[in-house]
Ligand binder design. Structure first.
Ligand SMILES: Nc1ncnc2c1ncn2[C@@H]1O[C@H](COP(=O)(O)OP(=O)(O)OP(=O)(O)O)[C@@H](O)[C@H]1O
Ligand SMILES: [Mg+2]
Length: 293
């Protein structure tokens, strides 16, 4: 799961790009949007196919079988989020008041599907404590994106506190896979170094902070979301776009591209390689511990 208690820290951008790149490299991936904002469908360019979280609500609350949007990309399916996810929170709160064990309901909804995928990725909302607890109860690993500012790092501390609580109650297996730093200026090496030091203070040395960071590239990020393109797709589109002096003469307005397209795509590729590598290494370690070949 991708999570940070603070808003606007790249959770959805990271979830979308990681899901897309894992699928591109041959993994079967299910992305699950747990956020009432429903941004993951926009980032993946399938907002017109989104049910606004209705399927997720019915599956989690009523046990109706989940039917993800298929072939969002080759190898990538999506459970869309949206306004109906807010209704889910209300429903869960009411059910919890009647003494039902709601924390395991997301896990229960996904269990019949999970075997068909190599990776199931949750994009979490910034608030919504109950949704976070459901996600932590279903997840094996937590990825925490953070910006260098203290508020984001404190938001991350809140995720960590909830994780420790869930570990001692509903899911002893959940662990932090690592922290992702971004967006940061490409020249900001001192800021990145200080951020790593602050993170070590908050989380302890044992929590990994991934080496690759995501660069600050606001125009590219805005274009990607508007056009439903992942960073590597945006880079490819930029590579085939007509140069600006030819675009000038076109009657129809032509999309523009940021000069950061290639750099942003490369950042996500390096980061995805590091994250999927850490995920696979940890899976092998755990398999060896319990004696599975
Ligand atoms: N590399 C980048 N450089 C600069 N801005 C970026 C970059 N990537 C994304 N953004 C911008 O940052 C904002 C937040 O990104 P994103 O939606 O991924 O964060 P989030 O943590 O999912 O937010 P929320 O808490 O609202 O769900 C968006 O407006 C997006 O355009
Ligand atoms: Mg988001």
């Amino acid at each position: 799961m991708v999570s940070n208690g603070k808003g606007g820290v790249l959770k959805t951008s990271l979830a979308a790009n990681l899901a897309g790149l894992a699928a591109l490299s041959g993994w079967r991936v299910l992305a699950v949007d747990l956020d009432p904002q429903g941004n993951l469908a926009s980032d993946l360019g399938v907002l017109d196919r989104s049910d606004g979280g209705e399927g997720l609500l019915r599956a989690v609350a009523d046990g109706v079988p989940l039917a993800p949007l298929t072939a969002v990309r080759p190898g990538l399916d999506l459970v869309a989020g949206g306004p109906r996810t807010s209704d889910l929170t209300g429903h869960l709160s009411r059910a919890a008041l009647t003494g039902q064990f709601v924390h395991g309901w997301l896990d229960r909804a996904l269990a019949p599907l999970a075997g068909a995928y190599n990776l199931v990725l949750f994009d979490c909302p910034p608030g919504e404590a109950l949704i976070h607890t459901l996600a932590l109860t279903a997840a094996h690993y937590v990825l925490i994106p953070t910006q260098p500012d203290l508020a984001s790092i404190h938001g991350l501390g809140a995720v960590f506190a909830r994780l420790l609580d869930v570990r001692s109650t509903t899911n002893a297996n959940v662990e932090v896979l690592g922290v992702v730093v971004g967006p940061v200026g490409t020249q900001s090496t001192a800021i990145v170094r200080d951020t790593r030091a602050k993170l070590a203070e908050v989380l302890g040395e044992s929590v990994a902070v991934f080496d690759p960071t995501i660069r600050l590239a606001q125009a590219a990020a805005v274009h990607c979301r508007e056009r439903g393109l992942l960073a590597h797709e945006y880079e490819a589109a930029a590579g085939t776009a007509a140069p600006w002096w030819k675009r000038r003469d076109c009657k129809e307005p032509q999309p523009s591209f940021s000069s950061a397209a290639a750099g942003l795509a490369e950042d996500y590729q390096r980061l995805a390689e590091a994250i999927l590598g850490a995920f696979s290494a940890r899976q092998h370690e755990l398999a060896a511990t319990i004696g599975v070949a």
